[in-house]
Design a binder for this molecule. Structure first.
Ligand SMILES: Nc1ncnc2c1ncn2[C@@H]1O[C@H](COP(=O)(O)OP(=O)(O)OP(=O)(O)O)[C@@H](O)[C@H]1O
Ligand SMILES: [Zn+2]
Ligand SMILES: [Zn+2]
Length: 804
């Protein structure tokens, strides 16, 4: 008898292991490892999705108590052996549930959503309200939240009485896309005859019939007919009923990009500096060695062109290539470059795609019709076979680390896959993370450098404006006179400007000047941000919204003020200063709509706007020749965070955004406004001197026993009850003290920077260590035991991106 080991879709500690199911004879030969199945689970035998991770033969006697697989969802496995092995590794190293790892590897569209269905068994036994609920149908989807309490109670009673049955159904979230196509059934004469008889009274319909008759071979999308000839769907229905035309369905592939708008590009002749870098990596592609390269190249040094030619080298060997970019660098420019070079063999995976588009791209990768894959973090799991090279651009970006389970870093996964495929990895950045740079220095990574811009273009001159002094001469606390003058100058010369302000919204908090009251989120310990365009106060942590108060909620005074500055307010001010300037704003609020992000950048790229104002979204990857001024309104936002990486991230952000200026013929200039002009991160950013920054920061990290000198693990607990969280974490701290060696350091337990989010209290501790052979076992054991802690959530994060 065949028995399958199945990881079920119940993300919990208790169920984090394979369950055994009998493979019925009807499935024998059809089921293989890596397929999705539907299985009954638990006492109620509800149907849920699972992944087959093993199949064995067992004597019949041993299988009598086992449940049977209900359904197989795939004809071919969705997870190949590489992905299954990767999931094992990922679950173990990131303290994650196996099911979470498996699901991360497949597109959302294939993640089965379990639906509750109620079926009416005995219509004669139920009352009118239930009959109305079912209407003409025998089955209805059950969404308790959408039912009245009364109706829900009646359904339960009917279920107990046996007149209604409760079922579970698992469905893929996306299906192949189908469109309606139309084909004519009349000859030209027949269509003309109808016209004469005026039988078809609608003028447009006659045109349609005429068109179809003249093109007997054509099947045309109904939507297209509706748009081009202006015929309505109803008219087409009528015509179909009269057998004048035929309406059918056709499966079409959704596309992640529009090939018609992208022009082909050819390889540039590499400069000798580029050539040197290229040759070393190309040699590793040829020899199929899993070498890891750190490519440290200043902004505008031509890293992208090297990536493109390395991918071409892999293709020439009949191998495939993976290019990872931070979400926000997936700009129209990047897409145009890669698609322009490689055409329709490119697959794109990014969050702007619909569930269906993503699924179609994934299928193209899986069946080998896409050979070049470009995508953000999760694309590191793309089911590419025969990888020839992996490139991770802007490797220092924190968006490569996922902050919910599985808490993986795309860089680590890329390194794992490179070993699996025996192919090189290139980690590229103008400002590498300290970790990567330290590894390069130790020889763990092969270190490649591009110290100059293409054509020895100079890096832009950077000046710091001390906002403490500026306040004495400028009336505006957001804009110094220098910055305003520089903007004006560029506008006159019809050059472009990029402005960075790392805060969205209008004003960051509301305070009462009478009593000092600050309006906070009811669910989180954080003040609410004013969003003027939507006329609400918003919490940026939980999404809570409430009306803008007209008087103080505490004392009733009318003397309330909105303080702090967000992108909306800056946009308003800019427009006042420069009435005719065309300003684009790019932040979470303006890019929510699908494709909005692309549209904004396209308009800016075509020079249909003068100023691009935005949050850190605008800092990376942009390459526009007319941008000659970059302004940073408040460089201190990220500097003031209580985190050991605050300086590093500030330096990286400032260097990246500065690098947008003066990339072509015209000289670039950067103005950074700050209240901390003496801070080393700002001083080194001013000089754009990564080397000095690195040396200085490493010294501090060494003194403070921080990464990359120490490994770190964060243990966080969340609970509705604050004492429960505290008590649990102190118990863990106590146990840790018993097992850790004197060399290891324990920070905390302390409250996290924001103590309460979504009504959960958050405490954490940090372990810094070099070599603790017992620690990982203890942590796995701790997670195992944590299932008894129902009211407290335990989260273990290896190498957290911050200590907040
Ligand atoms: N070999 C070459 N000859 C001529 N122009 C080149 C060459 N290589 C790159 N360029 C051009 O130089 C500019 C900068 O290159 P690119 O955008 O690749 O830099 P980058 O290193 O990726 O920069 P960043 O880190 O700032 O994104 C681009 O406009 C690119 O087209
Ligand atoms: Zn008040
Ligand atoms: Zn909130």
């Amino acid at each position: 008898m065949q028995v399958a080991a199945v990881i079920v879709d119940v993300p919990a500690r208790q169920t984090d292991r394979p369950f055994s199911y009998v493979v019925g004879s009807e499935l024998s030969g059809k089921l293989t490892v890596g397929m999705r199945v539907i299985v009954p689970f638990g006492r109620g035998n509800r149907l849920i999705q699972g992944f087959v991770v093993g199949i064995t033969e067992k004597p019949l006697a041993e299988t009598s108590k086992l449940k049977k697989i209900s359904e197989v969802q795939d004809l071919t496995p969705v997870l190949n052996p590489e992905m299954l092995a990767l999931a094992d590794w990922l679950a173990a190293t990131t303290f994650s549930f196996k099911i979470s790892c498996l699901q991360t590897m497949i597109p959302n569209g294939l993640r089965g959503k379990s639906e509750k269905i109620v079926r009416l068994l005995a219509p004669e036994k139920v009352d009118q309200s239930l009959k109305d609920f079912f209407g003409q149908k025998a089955e209805q989807q059950l969404q308790p939240a959408k039912l009245s309490a009364e109706l829900f109670r009646k359904l339960q009673q009917a279920r107990n009485a046996g007149s209604v049955e409760l079922l579970y159904q698992v469905k893929d979230q996306a299906r192949p896309r189908q469109v309606r196509v139309v084909q004519g059934l009349l000859t030209t004469q027949q269509a003309q005859a109808l016209k004469k008889q005026q039988r078809a009274n609608a003028h447009q319909l006659l045109n349609v019939l005429d068109f179809l008759a003249k093109n007997p071979q054509i099947t045309i999308q109904q939507q297209q007919l509706e748009k081009q000839i202006g015929v309505s769907a109803a008219t087409i229905r009528t015509a179909a009923a009269k057998q004048w035309l035929k309406v059918d369905y056709q499966v079409v592939k959704r596309s992640a990009y529009d090939l018609t708008t992208i022009s082909a590009t050819t390889a540039k002749k590499l400069t000798s500096a580029q050539q040197q870098v290229y040759q070393q990596v190309a040699a590793a592609i040829q020899q199929q060695t899993a070498t890891s390269f750190l490519l440290e190249g200043v902004t505008g040094s031509g890293k992208t062109e090297i990536y493109l030619q390395l991918m071409a080298a892999a293709l020439a060997k009949k191998q495939n290539a993976l290019l990872l970019v931070p979400e926000i660098s997936l700009t129209p420019q990047m897409v145009a470059q890669v698609v322009g070079r490689f055409g329709k063999q490119v697959a794109l995976l990014h969050s702007g795609l619909s569930v269906g588009e993503r699924l179609d791209e994934w299928r193209r990768i899986e069946n080998g019709s896409a050979t070049i894959i470009v995508g953000a973090r999760s694309a590191v799991f793309a089911p590419i076979k025969n990888l020839g090279i992996i490139i991770l651009d802007e490797e220092h970006e924190s968006s490569y680390a996922q902050d919910n389970m599985p808490r993986y870093h795309a860089r680590d996964v890329a390194l794992w896959r490179s070993r699996y495929h025996h192919c090189p990895v290139v980690l590229g950045s103008a400002t590498p993370s300290l970790e990567s740079r330290a590894r390069a220095q130790k020889g763990v990574y092969h270190w490649l450098q591009l110290p100059e811009r293409i054509n020895t273009r100079p890096l832009p001159a950077v000046s710091l404006v001390d906002m403490r002094q500026a306040a004495q001469t400028s009336h505006d606390s957001d804009f110094s006179n220098e910055l305003l003058a520089a903007i004006k100058q560029r506008l006159v010369k019809q050059e472009q400007i990029i402005l960075l302000l790392n805060r969205r919204g209008y004003a960051t908090f509301m305070m009462c000047r009478q009593c000092g009251f600050v309006l906070k989120c009811p669910n989180c310990d954080i003040s609410l941000t004013l969003h003027k365009d939507q006329q609400v106060m918003k919490c940026h942590y939980c999404g809570h919204e409430e009306p803008i108060p007209r008087k103080c909620p505490a004392c009733g005074s009318l003397k309330i003020r909105f303080y702090g500055t967000g992108t909306q307010k800056i946009q308003e001010k800019l427009q006042k200063y420069f009435a005719t300037a065309r300003i684009l704003r790019m932040d979470v609020d303006t890019t929510r709509r699908k494709g909005a992000h692309q549209q904004i950048l396209q308009r800016f790229g075509r020079h249909q706007a003068d100023i691009l104002l935005g949050t850190q979204m605008i800092a990376k990857g942009l390459d526009y020749p007319d941008v000659t001024l970059v302004g940073v309104l408040n460089a201190d936002t990220s500097l003031s965070l209580p985190d050991f990486r605050a300086s590093e991230q500030t330096f990286q952000l400032l260097t990246q955004v500065s690098g947008r200026a003066g990339r072509a013929k015209k000289e670039g200039k950067v103005i950074i406004q700050t209240f901390n002009p003496q801070h080393y991160a700002l001083q080194f950013a001013k000089k754009q001197d990564y080397e000095k920054f690195y040396a200085y920061e490493m010294r501090l990290r060494h003194q403070g026993d921080y990464p990359p000198y120490y490994f770190t693990i964060q243990i966080a607990v969340n609970a509705v009850s604050e004492p429960a969280a505290v008590k649990y974490l102190f118990k863990i701290a106590h146990e840790l003290k018993q097992i850790l060696s004197p060399e290891a350091k324990l920070l905390g337990p302390v409250p996290q920077m924001i103590l309460r989010i979504k009504n959960h209290y958050r405490y954490h501790l940090i372990i810094k260590f070099k070599h603790e052979p017992q620690l990982l076992d203890y942590l796995h054991h701790l997670l195992e035991k944590s299932q008894q802690q129902k009211a407290v959530q335990l989260i273990i994060i290896r190498e957290p991106t911050n200590f907040m």
